[in-house]
Write a protein that binds this ligand. Structure first.
Ligand code: PEP
Ligand code: CO
Length: 452
C-alpha cells in the first residue's frame, strides 16, 4: 500500500499548519456535517480519475491540449439551468476551435461542481466603518454584507456537496446525449456571442468541421457514434481540507486512495509550501493535482514540493499552472522551467493568464485586460518553445453569460461598461464573446509556433 509506505493517511494533514481554514462557532454541527458527508456517495469515480491522469500525461507529451475553465467562485444561487448550459456551451465552442486549430484532442475540465471555497488575503472586510469577516466562498459563508450571512455556517458544507451533485448530474446528461454532439454545434450558439467580430471566423471553423465529418461519414458508412458525447472533468481548489477529507475514500479493490469530490483538485498559491497541510493532504491521493505557480515561489521550492508530491515521478500526476502576469512572465517562467527540467521532473505545463493580471479599475472594481490575458498566453507559448519545453494547456476564469467584468476584446468593453453587468463575487471572468475570441487567438498562436 503505497500510501502507508509514505506514512500518509487522509487525516495526516491535521498534523501540519493549515492556512485559510475556518473556526466554526458551532463545532458540534460542524462535526455532524462532516460525519454525514463521509457517508454520502462519491461525486466522481476512480475510473474517471485514472482516465484523466492518462490524458494529462498525453497532454504533457504534446498529444492533447487541456482546456480548463469556469467561475472564480461558484455560488449556490447560480446552480441554474441556463447558467450551467451556457458555461458548457462556451467551453464546447472553445474546444472545437482548439481541436480544429491545433489538430489535437482537447481535454475539457471545468472549474465547477465544487469550486466553492476561496482563499482570501484579508480575513475581514470594512464597509462604511463596519467590519465583518470576508466572504470566503459559498461553502463557508454568504456574500451579502451582513453579520448573519458572513458568519461561517457548517450547514453550507452539505449544501456545497448537494449543489455539486445537482450540477454534475446535469453536466453528465448534457455531455452524454445529443447536446454535445458536434453535429449539433449550432445548438451551442449563444445569441449575444453573434455580435463578436470573431463570430464569422468561428462559423467558418464549424463549417469546416462539419464538412470533415460529412466526408468521414461518407467513407465510413454510418454515424460516427463516439462524436455524440464528450468527456467533461471537474476541478476545484482543494482548500477546505475537512470537506476534502470527508470525500476521500479508499478503493476497496486496488487499495489506492482517491479524493472523490472532484477529478482534479489543485493547490492555490496562498496555501502552497513544503510544510503546508494542503501539500500533505495532496501527497497521498491518487488524483492528478494542479499546483498554482506564481511569482512568490522559488524554483527550488517548487522542485522540492514536486518531489514530495510525486515521489515516483509519475507522468500525469502533476500539472503546473503558471500565473505570473503579462509583465512578469518573461522574467519568472524561464527559471522555473529550467529548474524542473534540470531535476528531470514530469509535469504538464498550463498557463493561467488570469490571476497575475488582476487590477483595480478607476471605479475600484476588480478587472483584467484582454490584452494582458492574450499577451501572457502568447508569451507562455514562446517561452516554452525557446526553452524546449511545451505548453500543454490553458486555465481560464470564464462564464457563458454576457457579463462585463474583463475589459477589452473585439467588442471593446471599457471601464465604463464594468458596472453594467458585473456579477462575479470574487474575480472577473471572460464573457462568452471574449472566451471565443481568446480560443481563436490561441489556435492561431499555436499554428504560428508549430509552423515556425
Ligand atoms: C483561483 O484560481 O481562483 C485562485 C485563487 O488562484 P491563485 O491561487 O493562483 O491565486
Ligand atoms: Co480567481
Amino acid at each position: 500500500m503505497a500510501q502507508l509506505e509514505k506514512n500518509w493517511h487522509p487525516k495526516s494533514w491535521r498534523e501540519k499548519t493549515a492556512l485559510q481554514q475556518v473556526d466554526y462557532e458551532d463545532s458540534a454541527q460542524f462535526r455532524q456535517a462532516l460525519e454525514i458527508l463521509s457517508r454520502r456517495p462519491p461525486l466522481v469515480t476512480k475510473w474517471e480519475i485514472e482516465s484523466l491522469r492518462t490524458r494529462l500525461a498525453e497532454a504533457a507529451a504534446g498529444r492533447r491540449f487541456l482546456l480548463q475553465g469556469g467561475d472564480c467562485a461558484e455560488s449556490f444561487a447560480e446552480c441554474r439551468d441556463y447558467i450551467i448550459r451556457a458555461r458548457l456551451q462556451i467551453i464546447l465552442q472553445m474546444s472545437v476551435v482548439l481541436i480544429y486549430g491545433m489538430q489535437l484532442p482537447v481535454v475539457r475540465v471545468g472549474r465547477f461542481a465544487g469550486q466553492f471555497a476561496k482563499p482570501r488575503s484579508a480575513p475581514t472586510e470594512t464597509r462604511n466603518g463596519i467590519t465583518l469577516p470576508s466572504y470566503r466562498g459559498d461553502i463557508i459563508n454568504g456574500e451579502p454584507f451582513t453579520p448573519e450571512s458572513r458568519t461561517p455556517d457548517p450547514g453550507r458544507l452539505l449544501e456545497a456537496y448537494q449543489t455539486s451533485a445537482i450540477q454534475l448530474n446535469y453536466v453528465r446528461a448534457l455531455s452524454d446525449g445529443g447536446f454535445a454532439d458536434l453535429r449539433n454545434a449550432d445548438y451551442w450558439n449563444l445569441e449575444f456571442a453573434k455580435r463578436s467580430a470573431y463570430y464569422g471566423e468561428y462559423q467558418e471553423v464549424i463549417k469546416k468541421v462539419r464538412d470533415a465529418l460529412h466526408f468521414a461519414e461518407t467513407v465510413i458508412p454510418g454515424p460516427l457514434s463516439n462524436l455524440r458525447r464528450v468527456d467533461f472533468y471537474t476541478s476545484h481548489e482543494a482548500l477546505l481540507l475537512p470537506y476534502e477529507e470527508a470525500l476521500t475514500r479508499r478503493d476497496p479493490h486496488g487499495h489506492r486512495i482517491y479524493n472523490l469530490s472532484t477529478h482534479f483538485p489543485w493547490i492555490g498559491k496562498r496555501t502552497l509550501n513544503l510544510e503546508s497541510a494542503h501539500v500533505e493532504y495532496m501527497r497521498g491521493i491518487r488524483n492528478p493535482i494542479g499546483i498554482k505557480v506564481g511569482p512568490g515561489l522559488s524554483p527550488s521550492d517548487l522542485v522540492a514540493i514536486m518531489r514530495h508530491l510525486n515521489s515516483d515521478n509519475a507522468p500525469g500526476k502533476i500539472t503546473l499552472i503558471t500565473r505570473f502576469g503579462a509583465h512578469r512572465i518573461e522574467q519568472n517562467l524561464p527559471p522555473v522551467i529550467d529548474a524542473v527540467q534540470r531535476a528531470g521532473l514530469a509535469a504538464l505545463w498550463v498557463c493561467d493568464p488570469m490571476h497575475g493580471n488582476t487590477e483595480r479599475a478607476r471605479n475600484g472594481m476588480k478587472t483584467r485586460r484582454f490584452n494582458n490575458i492574450q499577451s501572457e498566453l502568447e508569451s507562455a507559448f514562446e517561452i516554452h518553445h525557446v526553452c524546449k519545453s511545451h505548453l500543454g494547456g490553458v486555465h481560464f476564469e470564464l462564464t457563458g453569460e454576457d457579463v462585463t467584468e474583463c475589459v477589452g476584446g473585439a467588442s471593446g468593453l471599457d471601464e465604463a461598461d464594468l458596472s453594467r453587468a458585473y456579477q462575479s463575487n470574487v474575480d472577473p471572468r471572460l464573457n462568452a464573446e471574449q472566451s471565443l475570441e481568446i480560443a481563436l487567438r490561441i489556435a492561431r498562436k499555436y499554428q504560428q509556433m508549430t509552423s515556425a
